[in-house]
Design a protein around this ligand. Structure first.
Ligand SMILES: O=C(O)CCC(=O)C(=O)O
Ligand SMILES: [Fe+2]
Length: 301
């Protein structure tokens, strides 16, 4: 039986069933790849992938991004549970990173090479909350009025983890490596053209913070307004996880956010990230005074 691809009741996303991601034949893989480009987000319920299977599935889409700068870290936990089984407490670095993930974002936009896609699987889920929300930035762009399309056509914004964490009152300053703007913050156009589909999308999110040539207050108002407009129905989907579910999204044309939950309960997600393609997703970085305070962090996702 071929896989069943059922579009969601939103402008993006499809649920894929009758499929075993650990054992795809060529025809099934082509169907998944096409569906990924068409729907921008795919949900594969109840796959129960091993780490190896999740990594191998992700590798079909491109090279892995070396998470946390570690060549061995092809899959990492996004979790409030520590190695000793206890849960993270407010104020801990990992806790702050998780709270940051609750803001709409696209992965690695603050790195010179932004991410292509991410694959997330649920291992342990809390009794309520802890959904993952995804929003369609293709539809968001399409639905802007012409005046706004013209206004943003040639604008770019800096993306910085330092800035996005500062917005929630957190100063990033531990460790070394991943997420550190050694060469300044990446400057990314607000409108992204997808290399496969040719569709335009809004490229924004919590890491975007400054627009060259624009007053900072005006840039903030513009970026906040776009984000507010963009992450609304019918462009949004909220997934209530069951352990074993797998979701993947196209970081080039969607935003996502973790939903809050009771942090006294453990929530364990496994994350694999596919690197962007240098021809499309590598941008110049520039030092500007707001990014220069950035200090390195070892575990920012
Ligand atoms: O924990 C989640 O629901 C989403 C985490 C996240 O931002 C990611 O996997 O990139
Ligand atoms: Fe993320």
């Amino acid at each position: 039986m071929p896989p069943t691809i059922t579009p969601m009741d939103t402008t993006m996303g499809a649920t894929v069933t009758d499929i075993d991601l650990a054992n795809l034949d060529e025809t099934e893989w082509r169907m998944v790849e096409d569906a990924f480009h068409e729907h921008a987000m795919l949900l594969f319920p109840q796959q129960n992938l091993t780490d190896e299977a999740q990594i191998n599935f992700a590798l079909r889409f491109g090279e892995m991004e070396l998470l946390r700068g570690d060549p061995e870290a092809k899959a990492v936990n996004i979790s409030n549970q520590k190695a000793d089984g206890s849960v993270m407490q407010p104020g801990e670095h990992g806790y702050n990173t998780l709270r940051g993930n609750e803001g709409w974002h696209t992965d690695s936009s603050y790195m010179p090479l932004a991410a292509k896609a991410s694959v997330l699987s649920a291992q342990v889920v809390p009794s309520s909350g802890g959904e993952t929300a995804v929003a369609d930035m293709r539809d968001a762009y399409d639905k802007l009025d012409q005046e706004m399309k013209d206004r943003i056509a040639d604008l770019s914004a800096y993306h910085s983890l330092y800035q996005s964490q500062a917005k929630i009152g957190v100063t990033v300053k531990t460790g070394a490596g991943y997420g550190f703007h050694t060469k300044g913050a990446p400057l990314r156009p607000l409108v992204y053209t997808h290399p496969v589909t040719g569709r335009k999308s809004l490229f924004i999110g919590r890491h975007a913070y400054r627009i060259p040539g624009m007053d900072d207050a005006e840039a903030k108002e513009l970026l906040d307004g776009l984000l507010e407009f963009a992450c609304q129905p019918p462009r949004t989907y909220y997934h209530a996880w069951r352990p074993g579910d797998v979701m993947m999204w196209d970081n080039r044309c969607t935003l996502h956010a973790a939903r809050p939950y009771d942090y006294s309960e453990p929530r364990v997600m496994r994350h694999t990230r596919i690197a962007g393609e240098p021809a499309n997703d590598l941008v110049a970085t520039a030092r500007d005074e707001a990014a220069s305070g950035f200090e390195p962090s070892s575990s920012n996702l």
